[in-house]
Design a protein around this ligand. Sequence first.
Ligand code: HPA
Length: 272
Amino acid sequence: MQYTDYTRAAEHLRPLLPLDAYPVAIVLGSGLGELGDKLGIRIAIPYADIPGFAQSGAPGHKGMLLAGTLGGRPVLCMQGRLHRYEGHEFAQVTFPVRVLRLLGVQTLIVTNAAGGINTGYAIGDIMIINDHINLMGGNPLVGLHEPAFGERFFDMGTAYTPALRRLAHDRAAALGMSLREGVYVAVTGPSYETPAEIRAFRALGADAVGMSTVPEVITARHCGMDVLGLSLITNMAAGVTDAVLTCEEVIDIGRARAREMEALVTEIVKEL
Ligand code: HPA
């Protein structure tokens, strides 16, 4: 990807967007895409119509960029994300993040479905990501350095913006919800993990596991965005219980808990 690929996509999108400024964007994870249907004054642009965007083929991911309002605030929403396991290169997975940046997005809220590694967690819990471990075997910033977006080497000491984490706890408390906070480990997938891998990840300090988010977060932090990451624990990870992991379960729990996640994200966005 070259800088002009990102600017071409942004220039294509700008005239299609109803408002001049969108300070917040939300990436919707597996089973959480319905939040996009709740946006006010909403327009939907298929990824297929945006130059440089790859197609989202994962189950529960529609592949639409939405522009609308949530809690009265303008937001852009990626209804469907791109995954490395679909065969997309990291540069394709993270392409939309840089385009969002060029469109003026300052805060990126990333949601995902994740498996619970922490044995104190339960299915349906929502975890604020406070740090991550990248075991995807690659970094989206490998390759030609693009100085227009950020420094070659940059700090990841607070990848998940502390003020946004505090805001999430605060808004959850106002809704009578309590959130977990922990470390997300990202793997490539698409196979779910083995019990031995999950034991290893627990020993490394991970609380939840998933197949996304980390590439987008690295890219967003690189170009100076603030990041909030929210994981919905859709299942306990392999070996934590005897349950067999299925994709249907992940999507069903996502849908079942979508209301809580929607309410939380809406309350957070109102304060941004
Ligand atoms: N492992 C990896 N990714 C996931 C899981 C899991 O258990 N649940 C939801 N996404």
